[in-house]
Design a protein around this ligand. Structure first.
Ligand code: GLN
Length: 232
């Protein structure tokens, strides 16, 4: 089997939820190659460490459990660093600054920001900071779905009034699909930073990952990857 082949190949088992463009996704042609900012960055980090990244697609809310049960070594999935998760995992240094925004149907004129979401039907991705924030909104009917793609489908189907997702994910959806039926509101909630998550107590791996990230920021590789996905 793969024992012989892997005897001196160091593999970094990466878990991601590959339905979160432009950070992690599979292209429309059904290619199994995972694409996106996180995917390029984690491959570069692994390479810098002398490892090969082996990527597995897992539901977002299953990522931390997959790591706890030993199936993956690291999570690269647009995961926001927050206190609750810090109790469960070891985070790398932050590698991307994000935040939450709202998308509504273009003809909706009464939802102008987060303050107008009281009592509304809102779609979010399960286990995310969007879900956490939506659940704080008074009287909101929150539909927690498996992926950000599902949240947009619910909006298009008219089943919800609004969706909350990470800002770059909302913008990428609108730009990529050229979806003119929906609009992204300017109101931005929270400033969040993404980090790679590792098993609690695995400070050895965290140190290697942070060192690799630092090198990639210094040698221009990080900027190249950033430019590829977010450059104008
Ligand atoms: N950044 C958000 C979070 O950490 C969403 C991540 C995601 O859906 N992949 O909860």
């Amino acid at each position: 089997s793969d024992k012989a082949a892997s005897s001196d190949e160091k593999v970094l088992r990466v878990g991601t939820n590959a339905d979160f463009a432009p950070f992690e996704f599979q292209d429309e042609n059904g290619s199994t190659e995972y694409q996106g900012f996180d995917m390029d960055l984690i491959r570069a980090v692994a390479k810098e460490m002398g490892y090969t990244a082996e990527i597995q697609n897992v539901n977002f809310d299953g990522l931390i459990p997959a790591m706890e049960s030993g199936n993956i070594d690291i999570i690269a999935s647009g995961m926001t660093i927050n206190d609750e998760r810090k109790g469960q995992v070891e985070f790398s240094d932050p590698y991307y600054t994000s935040g939450l925004t709202i998308v509504v149907p273009k003809d909706n004129n009464d939802i102008k920001g987060f303050a107008d979401l009281k009592g509304k039907k809102i779609a979010v991705q399960i286990g995310t900071t969007s879900m956490e924030e939506a659940q704080k909104i008074e009287g909101a009917d929150v539909k927690a779905l498996n992926s950000s793609a599902d949240t947009f489908m619910e909006l298009k189907a008219g089943n919800v009034d609004a969706v909350i997702n990470d800002l770059p994910v909302n913008d990428y959806y609108i730009a990529k699909t050229k979806d003119t039926d929906v609009k992204r509101l300017d109101d931005k909630l929270t400033s969040e930073e993404y980090g790679f998550a590792m098993k609690k107590g695995n400070t050895e791996l965290k140190e290697k990952v942070d060192a690799a990230l630092k090198t990639l920021k210094e040698n221009g590789e990080y900027d190249k990857i950033y430019e590829k996905w977010f450059g104008t």
